[in-house]
Design a protein around this ligand. Structure first.
Ligand code: NDP
Length: 232
């Protein structure tokens, strides 16, 4: 029996990496999925690979207009939203001495502000319960050297998620935060072999994760399997 039959999901960052793997998994479990991201070519490619249960909507989460447009297009097509995955995010390191305001603003605008207002708009479409899944990161807990700003954005995501889980239980909406360790996606494209190896050295399994492994956890949070889990 499929776990998400009849459910509708919006996945920001659904045209790449972890978001795309989650879209694939949800569709495999019977969901209808709207994926969002900035690059239209990557959205088109992803929709082609995902098949007819997927639709792509161009959206830059740093733009309030784009977020409003995303959910108004979704609302034209479905009566309610059941699952919202906020996976849009950018990485990057900057040790304190070389930290720039530009780096700080870019990371916080996408990973925190973009995520917060995506959820604020998306939750309005959740009428009869729902599951919100935020992409945090293990970086928000272990704080690797050189990644202070990225880690701070992810710690903020966890804080919001836990607060919202308490605010939204009355409406039957669960909020959980996925905090993956290093996972093989294009976010690693600019990362040197040395830094990549330093991450692997710290992982007990001595390997990078695969996006599909994160998608398994997302399916747990999206489905009734986690009906008694919120704010984790
Ligand atoms: P990818 O680079 O593959 O995916 C990032 C996604 O975010 C893309 O779909 C991208 O689409 C989208 N995105 C980036 N900026 C914006 C924006 N302004 N508006 C809308 N969409 C945006 O990386 P991952 O799959 O690895 O990352 C997904 C999430 O997982 C991120 O939040 C990341 O921080 C988190 N994470 C990743 C880990 C890893 O090791 N890979 C570990 C822990 C957490 P587009 O460029 O088209 O906008």
């Amino acid at each position: 029996m499929l776990k998400l039959t009849g459910k509708t999901a919006v996945i920001t960052g659904g045209n790449s990496g972890i978001g795309l793997a989650i879209a694939q998994r949800f569709i495999g479990q019977g969901a209808r999925v709207f994926i969002a991201g900035r690059r239209q070519d990557k959205l088109d490619e992803a929709v082609k690979s995902l098949g007819p249960a997927a639709e792509g909507i161009q959206c830059d989460v740093t733009s309030s207009e784009d977020i409003a447009r995303l959910f108004s297009l979704v609302a034209e097509k479905v009566e309610q939203l059941d699952i919202l995955v906020a996976a849009s995010g950018i990485g990057g390191g900057a040790p304190l001495y070389s930290l720039t305001e530009e780096h700080f603003d870019k990371l916080f605008a996408t990973n925190v502000r973009g995520l917060v207002f995506t959820v604020r708009e998306g939750v309005r479409l959740m009428k009869q319960g729902g599951s919100i899944i935020l992409l945090g990161s293990i970086a928000g807990k272990v704080n690797p050297a050189g990644y202070g700003t990225y880690s701070a954005t992810k710690a903020a995501v966890s804080s919001y998620g836990r607060a919202w889980s308490k605010e939204l239980t009355g409406q039957g909406i669960r909020v959980n935060i996925l905090s993956p360790g290093p996972t093989e996606t294009p976010i690693f494209d600019g990362v040197s072999t040395e830094v990549r190896q330093s991450f692997i050295d710290k992982i007990p399994m001595k390997r990078i994760g695969q996006p599909e492994e994160i998608a398994s956890a997302a399916l747990f949070f999206a489905s009734e399997d986690s009906s008694f889990v919120t704010g984790t």
